[in-house]
Design a protein around this ligand. Structure first.
Ligand code: HEC
Length: 696
């Protein structure tokens, strides 16, 4: 028996163990080890997702000799939001459309790449670009999620497919943009899609085989179909009307964290579908579990507790933003907490065993709610921000006081670092609304009085501010801030070298002193590094890395300067002390000032109809009011004007991410949209046409 066992081990387990050791050796034990700074084993480095590196070789005293060690071209001009993972000298990362790469973390040499063949037409259902916020690695398997809802397990050594699981029902416009997480062998993945109408959920899978384990819906389905569990029965009491027809929303599109001691998974849930509660749940109600943090049992997916940040959510205040676990001394007692700085502008600290609200304080000017009532845990909403068919002007807007940009907590300084924006908006509820599946479905209206609208637009730009904050979560106040020139800067990394690292909207990669925010170093990187930077060590040398590529939601909504600079291709950038690497001369995607746009010939009615259709269907990629976006359509060439209908109805540019819309638009709809685009181009000519920068 024994000898047989030894031979068996030798023949089977040993080679497997060797392989697992060489590539993608991420285990529960390794993830529990906070002190291992050499690796960056999961999205937020460890289960706690503090994004704090204990490495000190690069520090406040020597960062001035930091330089570019290597870079890797990601072959896209689309937004890149993924955090790389580094395991024993190998870097794994995802780019737009979940293109996946394994690189030598020391040299940048490509070890393998994997193209999941994401159908470009599915790009229509991503609110904010075909982004991927990252991947997971577990015991030799690299796990990625694709926009069309597939979860794929790849061999960490070769990039070959081991398993594929379709995690969503493709009869609904679900997407995956968040990084899948693996907790003790169980993969947890959520979705996007609430802006188009889906029923939010998280699903659990076996990391080695891709076998299904469990599913937890975040909102109840049609009661006539029966409830999946008691949590859904409880949640259904807080809804009215026929909310399930558009799914209800509550998608878990980014943050998922795990506490191994409690064996609890924490999910952050998103907005409702449609956003306007008047059409979603006409009798009102809290609409559980929208805009909530929900704790689930890892093994069963059973509900354990929830805390709803925004009862009756209708402002697009998702609670999907990054969460992190920490131990904080509060009122003289050590507490195991979960922290979040969600869109609604309050910094929350909760007890992670019970969900008890410990504190909440605004981190950005906030006219939505005066405070969070500590007895009930509910926000005290300012009636002026409680819009109906009459519009309200308030902050934070749907872009949030802080969004998905990763935040970092340094246990050494006791501060949480993240990018913040003051972003005003005017909103109202649409007067009429017909829900349509597969369409953007906010059911919002906008200010119709032109004078008021102009005034709001002026104030929106005047009051727009952004900065990097260092937030003290115990005292619930800001320790320091560094102003940014505009919204759109990236995620943060803090290290034990007393530094904070962040990509800025000015296309610099910047290092600040963690204790006081003094700028210590910066380097121009041609594009904006939105994603979270990481740090790791190979052969005794410390590296700092980031995926840099401007795009995503910010680029779509940024109006003034943000998205109009030339865009350079996305790259993985890696820095170390004493390196002197250079980026190649800037190759850019510029928006050339074309010929004079065609004259306006359509009637005002047709243009207005086109405006409505444009803002409903095209604005999420071509900019609100046809300003900015993935491609600013006011810049169309004469050729593109001629091809307008073919592009929009037949999908001739689908490979670039421009799907066909013939399933929801008629020729006369497209004519109206085209008329509107022409009108906007003529209106903008010389007025707010963004400046076209010269290549640098
Ligand atoms: C999901 C994102 C998305 C949506 C929604 C979208 N587009 Fe596009 N569109 C793109 C992308 C990406 C391109 C290609 C840009 C490029 O050339 O790199 C594009 C290109 C175009 C072009 C060609 C531009 C040129 O220079 O030739 C036209 C015209 C266009 N879109 C019109 C529309 C209209 C009209 C709508 C709404 C019905 C719409 N698009 C909705 C992403 C989108």
């Amino acid at each position: 028996m024994k000898i047989f066992h030894v031979i068996f081990c030798f023949l089977f387990y040993l080679p497997v163990a060797l392989l697992a050791q060489t590539f993608g050796n991420v285990t529960h034990e390794r993830l529990m080890d906070e002190s291992d700074g050499k690796n960056w084993l999961s999205w937020g480095r460890t289960y706690k997702e503090q994004r704090f590196s204990p490495l000190t070789q690069i520090n406040e005293d020597n960062v001035d000799s930091l330089g570019l060690a290597w870079y890797f071209d990601l072959d896209t001009f689309r937004g890149v939001e993924g955090t790389p993972i580094v395991v024993d000298g190998v870097m794994y990362l995802t780019s737009a459309w979940t293109m996946t790469y394994a690189l030598d973390a020391k040299t940048g040499e490509l070890l393998w790449e994997y193209d999941p063949q994401t159908p470009r037409e599915w790009g229509r259902y991503a609110c904010c670009g075909p982004v991927s916020r990252g991947l997971a690695v577990w015991e030799g398997v690299v796990i990625i999620g694709t926009l069309d809802g597939r979860l794929i397990g790849l061999d960490a050594a070769t990039g070959e497919e081991i398993w594929v699981a379709q995690t969503t029902d493709k009869e609904w416009p679900y997407t995956i943009t968040g990084a899948p997480r693996v907790f003790n062998g169980t993969v947890i993945v959520g979705n996007g899609g609430a802006d188009f109408g889906v029923r939010g959920m998280v699903t659990a899978w076996d990391a080695h085989t891709g076998a299904f384990k469990w599913r937890f819906y975040t909102v109840p389905g049609n009661p006539a179909d029966g409830f999946e569990n008691d949590a859904m029965r409880m949640a259904a009491e807080t809804w009215t009307g026929e909310w399930w027809t558009l799914g209800g929303g509550g998608t878990v599109w980014d943050s998922i964290v795990y506490d191994p001691d409690l064996n609890l998974v924490y999910i952050g849930t998103g907005n409702g579908s449609p956003l306007a509660v008047e059409f979603r749940s006409p009798g009102g109600g809290d609409n559980l579990f929208l805009a909530s943090i929900v704790a689930l049992d890892l093994d069963t997916g059973d509900y354990v507790w929830h805390y709803q940040e925004v009862p009756g959510e209708k402002w697009d205040y998702t609670a999907t933003q990054p969460m992190m676990l920490a131990e904080l001394e509060l009122y003289g007692e050590m507490r195991k907490v979960i922290m979040q700085a969600p869109k609604n502008g309050f910094f929350y600290v909760l007890d992670r065993a019970t969900g008890e609200l410990l504190s909440a304080r605004e981190f950005v000017p906030n006219t939505w709610a005066s405070h969070i009532d500590m007895l009930t845990g509910r926000p005290v909403i300012n009636p002026d921000a409680d819009f109906g068919t009459e519009s309200a002007f308030f902050t934070p807007g749907p872009g949030g006081g802080h969004n998905w940009e990763p935040m970092s907590y340094s246990p050494l300084t006791g501060l949480v670092y993240f990018t913040v924006q003051e972003d005003w908006i005017s909103l109202s509820v649409a007067r009429e609304f017909t829900p349509k599946k597969f369409r953007s479905n906010p059911a919002w209206g906008f200010e119709t009085d032109p004078a008021k609208r102009a005034e709001y637009n002026r104030l929106m730009i005047e009051r727009r501010e952004a900065w990097l904050t260092a937030w003290d979560p115990v005292r619930q106040r800001e320790a320091w801030r560094v102003p940014h020139s505009d919204v759109g800067s990236g995620g943060a990394l803090a290290t034990a070298g007393n530094i904070v690292v962040q990509g800025s909207i000015d296309r610099d990669f910047v290092i600040y002193r963690a204790t006081d925010g003094e700028k210590l170093w910066s380097m121009p990187i041609q594009t904006v590094a939105l994603a979270g930077p990481i740090s790791y060590e190979v052969d005794g040398e410390q590296y700092i890395a980031v995926n840099a590529g401007w795009g995503g939601g910010r680029a779509i909504v940024a109006r003034a300067s943000g998205n109009n600079f030339p865009i350079s291709p996305a790259r993985t950038l890696v820095f170390k002390l004493g390196a002197t690497g250079q980026l190649p001369p800037m190759e850019t995607l510029t928006q050339q000032m074309p010929e004079q746009p065609p004259p306006v010939t359509a009637s005002e009615d047709e243009i207005q109809a086109g405006a409505r259709l444009f803002n409903e269907t095209c604005a999420r990629c071509h900019g609100q009011d046809a300003v900015g976006g993935q491609k600013d359509l006011r810049f169309l060439s004469a050729d593109s004007h001629r091809n307008f209908n073919t592009v929009v109805l037949e999908g001739t540019l689908v490979e670039k991410g421009m799907a066909a819309f013939d399933d929801i638009l008629s020729t006369s709809d497209v004519n109206a949209i085209h008329a509107y685009v022409i009108a906007r181009a003529n209106e903008s000519w010389g007025v707010d046409m963004p400046p076209v920068e010269e290549d640098e």
